[in-house]
Design a protein. Structure first.
Length: 487
């Protein structure tokens, strides 16, 4: 005789509904983070707070479908999201549901959205570079695989552009990218996806979207879903890059939820656990030992400042829990220095450990030269007379400034970075006007590919400035100067 297996669920009732927050009676054995199903449509939800008499939960999806008196079924398990290789190239919501017009996604496994980070004994030191293709980052504020580097600055200063360039530059590098959109306009998200598609980046990228039109609960959940999907690939031994755009809006959403749940407000009306909100997220990045999977997960969280105030509550929280920050200055942006990265406030706490030998040698002293150039520039605005030595430093600084300027959507290769800054170190470019420097910057890569393909291949392969490579670089640059850019 065949007997169907019985499923036992705890049953509660909805007592109150307000903007996606529901108050439930019943569910005596619930735990924090437990999945629940609500009403006849079985909408997904999650327990966020409980007392001896009532339980509070959040609703994923259209909260207007939830009515007082609806049944609430306790799932008896933590909130899980689908993960797997079939998500690559797709756009999904906060619960992993497809949002594009393609077919349903066949997922491999279910991972908990809220999961403890890997322990210290499971991790390896971070010593491999994540090439962003952005010269100022790769040379002065380098990012390693497994690092957490905050991108912070005012609105409209190019924060998202930096993250997108980093994603575009992973083409052919065997890195899975995850772009997480939180709380922004859906039209802006569609433009970003269009850029990624045009550049061929969606072949190795998946997007998790909880735009401003999504429910508060979905906006809250989205970065944890993106992290769970990244963990799947990390434990499979792959390298992952995750961009959170942006965590300031995520904090706003959590503040809204917390005030509706009547949690005591603190500084700027944020609840006391706002630090835990993001720290439990960013600590899941890292690089695993081979016996635990051997993959890595790098985070580029984005945060917004108000009028350059990096000491704001949420930005300063994020600065304290990441491995460095890339600070974008609106003043630099307005003067045309793009990406508008302020090297006086930007830092990577991993530093030169993740740079290849050639980049490490060429980047030595660049920050100091740039900061010195900015100081001398301020003196010239005061019409102060400069010594011949200071004038020479000013000329070198102008060349450095020009080399660091870079257009959006045009990441450069490692070999090109090495060639450009080798020419700077040899002071070959200082004798030329800025127009010639611009020509050199734009055309040297194509010239080398045509005339010296073997040299480019050797630079990419060895990533070191041996005597032989230096000699060949000198000859190639001199040939370019004679043929393509005569004085």
């Amino acid at each position: 005789m065949h007997i169907d297996a019985l499923e036992v669920h705890e049953l509660g009732r909805v007592e109150e509904v307000r903007q996606g927050i529901i108050k439930i009676s019943g569910l005596p054995n619930c735990v924090y983070g437990q999945m629940i199903e609500i009403g006849p449509e079985r909408l997904k939800g999650m327990v966020t707070e409980f007392s001896p008499r009532t339980v509070l939960g959040i609703v994923f999806g259209d909260e207007h479908k939830v009515k007082v008196g609806d049944a609430v079924y306790g799932e008896g398990k933590p909130l899980v999201v689908p993960v797997g290789g079939n998500f690559i190239g797709r756009i999904v919501g906060a619960l992993g549901q497809p949002m594009d017009v393609q077919e349903e996604i066949v997922y491999g496994e279910l991972y908990p959205a809220f999961r403890n980070a890997a322990g210290v004994m499971e991790r390896e030191p971070i010593d491999q570079p994540l090439q962003t293709g952005i010269k100022i980052i790769d040379l002065v504020v380098p990012v390693g695989k497994g690092q957490r580097e905050l991108i912070v600055g005012d609105r409209q200063t190019g924060k998202t552009s930096i993250a997108l360039d980093a994603i575009i530059n992973q083409k052919g590098r065997d890195v899975i990218c995850i772009y997480c959109w939180i709380g922004g306009a859906h039209s802006a998200f569609k433009k970003i996806i269009s850029v990624l598609q045009q550049k061929g980046a969606m072949e190795y990228t998946l997007a998790v979207c909880a735009s401003a039109g999504a429910s508060t609960a979905e906006q809250y959940l989205a970065p944890y879903t993106a992290t769970a999907m990244g963990e799947y690939f990390m434990y499979q031994g792959q390298d992952v890059l995750v961009v959170f755009d942006d965590l300031t809006k995520h904090a706003w959403v959590y503040r809204q939820m917390s005030l509706l749940m009547e949690r005591p407000p603190g500084r700027e009306a944020y609840p006391g656990d706002i630090f835990f909100l993001h720290s439990q997220l960013v600590e899941r990045a890292g690089r695993l030992k081979p016996e635990f999977g051997g993959g890595s997960m790098t985070f580029l969280p984005i945060a917004e400042t108000l009028q350059g105030d990096i000491t704001g509550y949420v930005p300063s929280n994020l600065v304290s829990m990441t491995d460095g920050q890339i600070y974008l200055n609106s003043g630099l942006f307005q003067e045309g220095f793009k990406p508008a990265i302020d090297l006086e406030l930007s830092v990577s706490r991993i530093g030169s450990k993740v740079q290849c030998p050639a980049i490490r040698a060429l980047s030595r002293g660049l920050r100091y030269k740039y900061v010195q150039y900015r100081a001398l520039l301020r003196l010239t605005r005061l019409r102060t007379r400069l010594s011949s030595e200071a004038t020479q430093q000013l000329e070198e600084g102008k060349v450095l400034y020009e080399l660091l300027v870079q257009e959006n959507g045009a990441p450069v290769s490692l070999a090109e970075e090495i060639i450009l800054f080798y020419a700077l170190e040899r002071k070959i470019l200082t004798a030329f006007g800025i127009e010639k420097v611009r020509m050199f910057k734009e055309h040297i890569r194509a010239y080398m590919a045509q005339k010296e393909p073997g040299l480019l291949a050797d630079i990419d392969k060895f990533r070191d400035l041996s005597d032989d490579i230096k000699k060949r670089l000198d000859n190639a640059i001199n040939s370019y100067m004679r043929e393509a850019a005569p004085i």
